[in-house]
Design a protein around this ligand. Structure first.
Ligand code: IPE
Ligand code: IPE
Ligand code: MG
Length: 224
């Protein structure tokens, strides 16, 4: 049985779900948040230590302003309402990506990270304004300016995922088979599950099935 420490998820399909059932993309984002809650609970139940959620990419700024504002409002309200509870549950929140948001949201994100920084049951990495290419460029810049050697160890040291083990599982919902600039370095040996279901329709049962399937995969890491 494979050990399972880290699950990463590209939560895709909110917009299509919202349009189909509520005639509004934003309603899909709202419904997607409920799936986030379900998955967090299940992650804790399964004693998984790291959960990385792709919530907003560096390319998602190309979306209409109305949708972007809705998404960040949703996040703001979620944090205001839930951060105390996450903290009580011994959950640590870490933001991946560059925090270039409204002063109010930046402050809230910093507060949430600081408040939960000593917690150790589950670490939730929220990828916000995150792009893997940008993360790698920044890492290389830091290596150059410190005159260090370019090698695996140094690159990993300067990635935002420093001290986080690589994901064992990547789930992408929404019926597309691509990585969309997510954790390109870190996913080198990750087991990938592309799910047809849209994110708001993804259930506890789906999550459990993936975990079960993962546990029996023969992971080679290049060996035989
Ligand atoms: C959620 O899904 C991912 C975010 C960028 C917030 P989408 O909003 O991309 O939904 P689809 O793919 O358009 O259905
Ligand atoms: C990936 O979904 C980003 C997030 C889930 C946050 P997108 O909907 O942005 O991906 P593409 O554009 O279809 O590749
Ligand atoms: Mg999408």
């Amino acid at each position: 049985m494979n050990p399972l420490k880290h699950v990463a998820i590209i939560m895709d399909g909110n917009g299509r779900w919202g349009l189909k059932y509520k005639n509004s993309r934003n309603a899909g984002h709202k419904a997607g948040l409920e799936t986030v809650e379900t998955v967090i609970k299940e992650t804790i139940k399964n004693k998984i230590n790291f959960l990385t959620l792709f919530a907003f990419s560096t390319e998602n700024w190309k979306r209409p302003k109305k949708e972007i504002n809705y998404l960040f409002n949703l996040l703001e309200n979620f944090l205001i309402n839930r951060i105390e509870e996450l903290h009580k549950n011994n959950i640590k929140l870490k933001i991946l990506g560059s925090k270039k948001f409204s002063p109010k949201l930046n402050k809230l994100l910093n507060y949430s990270e600081k408040k939960t920084s000593k917690n150790n049951k589950l670490q939730i990495n929220l990828a916000l304004n995150y792009g893997s290419k940008l993360e790698l460029i920044n890492a290389f810049k830091k290596i150059f300016s410190s005159n260090k050697k370019i090698n695996e160890k140094n690159i990993e040291k300067y990635l935002q995922t420093k001290d986080i083990p690589d994901p064992d599982i990547l789930i992408r919902t929404g019926n597309t088979k691509r990585l969309s600039n997510f954790l390109l370095w870190q996913l080198a040996y990750t087991e990938i599950f592309f799910e047809k279901k849209l994110w708001p329709a993804f259930t506890k049962k789906d999550f459990k099935r993936i975990i079960k399937e993962y546990k029996d995969i023969k992971r080679n890491f290049g060996k035989i």
